[in-house]
Design a binder for this molecule. Sequence first.
Ligand code: MGD
Ligand code: MGD
Ligand code: SF4
Ligand code: MO
Length: 686
Amino acid sequence: MPVHGTCRTICGLCHANCGLLVTVGPHGIERIEGDPDHPASRGYICGKAHAGKEIVESPQRLTMPLRRTPRGLEPIGWDDALDFAAGRLAAIRDRYGPESLVRNAGAPVSYEARDGFLYFMRVFGSPNFTGSSNCCWLPRATAFNATMGGKPEPDFENARLILFWGSNPLATERYGNYCGYERFHRIISRAKARGARLIAIDPVRSETAARCDEWIRIEPGSDVALGLAMINVIIAENLHDRDFVDRYTSGFLALAEHVRTATPDWAACITGLAADQIVDLARRFATNGPATICDGNGFDMYCSVVDAVRTVAILLGLTGNVDVPGSVVFLPFAKQSVLSAPPKTAKIRQSEFPIFRDVPFPGIKEALLHDEPYRPRAMIVHHSNPVLIQANQRRTVEAFRKLEFLVVDDVFMTATAEIADLVLPATSPMERYGYRAYSSFDRGFVALSRPVVGPPGEARDVFTMEYELAARMGLEADYPFVDSRSWVEHMLKPTGVTLARLEHEQIVAVTPPPRYRKYKETGFQTPSGKLEFYSEQFAKAGYDPLPIYREPTNGGASPVVPAPAGFPLRCTSRRPAVFVHTKFRNLAGMIASYPEPLLWIEPSDAARRGLREGDMVELSSPRGRVTIRTRFDISLRPGLVMMDFGWGNPTDGLASANELTSDEFWNPISGSTPQRLFACEVVKMT
Ligand SMILES: Nc1nc2c(c(=O)[nH]1)N[C@H]1C(S)=C(S)[C@@H](COP(=O)(O)OP(=O)(O)OC[C@H]3O[C@@H](n4cnc5c(=O)[nH]c(N)nc54)[C@H](O)[C@@H]3O)O[C@H]1N2
Ligand SMILES: Nc1nc2c(c(=O)[nH]1)N[C@H]1C(S)=C(S)[C@@H](COP(=O)(O)OP(=O)(O)OC[C@H]3O[C@@H](n4cnc5c(=O)[nH]c(N)nc54)[C@H](O)[C@@H]3O)O[C@H]1N2
Ligand code: SF4
Ligand SMILES: [Mo]
């Protein structure tokens, strides 16, 4: 149980999971500070960490289960809530089979977010997992896995050249995938002090682009053309690492032939860059090594994502910048228990998305809207807000209305919870056990998240909820945990670290130090054991084995495709650094510095529309319209505007970006929809 005094824990509000020292007194949390002994954050925390106290104390917290009645959502007790859920799920399973249940999860900012209701799906018997994975990271990981059998981490400290390509870690703290870089918040200043060259490839002058030596202002969604043209230059000028390519890669000749026509001149008009700039970038990337690439979420929400990221992985392979100091490195990671089992039945649209781990969200959405191949009947939404975060919000709501039973577990009322049949009040990270594994360039380690205060009202941790639901359905016999504490214990078993030890030590090293050039002994984890320029896995699945540039299928939001009538501007979306996704716009401390979403516009675009900075405007796209305030940004390319993403919950009632985005097209491999780019127009409110 929580006690008064100062205790060590981890944050859990974003992927960085910084170490915290939380001081609790008789009136609750008194102080939140950085833990100087956390091997990655070393005492650093960002402003968001302080929200931990407000989340715990907010009068808006969900404190009772809510059940839909003809009068709306009404509070009920846990026994009634669990009986209701068990009854509905059993009836749906008996009538339509276990596959009719879908689990929708959000970004795995904590392992609680990653794991809630996973094991329940296993005992219930459904293979249908979906969530934010089509928007985030998994499309990139799919490209890297096909090329080099894993997703390596950038080695910033030893690199001479660093490309921040579609990433903005100064605002997002996301320098790698799951690497706990020591003092990560100073990676960029350290690299600059060392004399490394830093280049950002980004359509907008992000916080990171502003700190780099160079900013390459690419047209949004055109990275695949840039990547192919860089490959073209490197091969044409013989700048590739011939020894590495000969010994450890496959498909070089096919790649060389494939990129022959992808010249810098060809890419120039697509990317909005000068041909010389592309040639120069390719030459420097190939000759100023070791070079590393920090790829980011700037790739994910485009129909082109997987092939764009394959060009990134190929560039690393072509130049031998893989698993050597200063490149991208495969780091050892803590072994953890596995909660999901190989599915007994095919997932929804298995034949359409054969290699993506999840059912991409559009697969579920179309199945709901068209009963094709069959209609899911029940959904558990855990730690996620699909209505606001997926493309074309109106159609997402329409699809969810076809569910017979929608359950949401969350800490606050959201746009998704609002339409649920049952809302379950969850604990926040300060009110439960959790843990996190971090790889590292020193030793991989695990850290404990612990309850520092009790939960508000009747909020429960997700592992208690799902165990009790399983027990009500007679599915609890082999359940490996009954609450968050026993879940941590179970998950850590393969590391040999007990919960008691972790409670005592807080942080425990669990992997040996990393080694470089492992491919010399073990090859790459691909079908051929080589780094595959020509992907055997993609060829077998019926996808293009080499990355291909296609004209953007995002409703004309591109300089190479005519704009739809009435929507001459293009809009990209971004997340302000002070928030994570759609969370916590209801907390006064969080919105104090950033009270509302903004539409960033270049002054000449504004002048043409008679707009002054700060005007309220109607921003419309072929999908919908929102009202939003303008802010000038002189660094934007004329014709491109940028909208802040993350608002639209009932607790804030402000403009939601995904009211305007399109779900008409998606990436054929990952189901990624073009949420970072849509055609639009801006009109002054009268
Ligand atoms: N247009 C546009 N769309 C985007 C993006 C964009 O930039 N632009 N970004 C995309 C990306 S990268 C991602 S990852 C997704 C994010 O997609 P999600 O992860 O689904 O989005 P969040 O807003 O983080 O939703 C998390 C929900 O969990 C709740 N929550 C917070 N803490 C807890 C907890 O401890 N327990 C439980 N049970 N619930 C909790 C929050 O209140 C919130 O409602 O959005 C994607 N969508
Ligand atoms: N403060 C804060 N931190 C977060 C999050 C948050 O919401 N807020 N979310 C967390 C999550 S889930 C994620 S996925 C990470 C994301 O963190 P990052 O991987 O750093 O990604 P983003 O900041 O979303 O976008 C990176 C950059 O890509 C650019 N970009 C957009 N379109 C394109 C394009 O077509 N090409 C190129 N080259 N660049 C493009 C954007 O302008 C942006 O500057 O951050 C995590 N950390
Ligand atoms: S929200 Fe801030 S303090 Fe918390 S993990 Fe992320 S960067 Fe660290
Ligand atoms: Mo994400």
